[in-house]
Design a protein around this ligand. Structure first.
Ligand SMILES: [Zn+2]
Length: 70
């Protein structure tokens, strides 16, 4: 649960950020507006991983349905 959030792009809404809770204790908060993310080592520019993470979170249901059909 994100209670406080701010990004360099100007997004300060926790509802437009997603928490990534990975294995081995890795955690990050990804901005859904621009893809920048913060983890234990600081803030990072958007990269392939963070952008894919945003897309998956936006449409998880459609991807599952596509796989079920085939
Ligand atoms: Zn941002």
């Amino acid at each position: 649960m994100i209670v406080k959030f701010s990004c360099a792009c100007g997004n300060t809404s926790p509802s437009r950020a997603k928490e990534y809770d990975g294995s081995l204790g890795y955690e990050a908060i990804v901005c859904l507006d621009c893809g920048r993310y913060s983890d234990h080592s600081g803030e990072h520019e958007a990269d392939k991983w963070s952008l894919e993470f945003c897309d998956v979170k936006k449409s998880p249901a459609s991807r599952v349905i596509e796989r079920d059909v085939s």
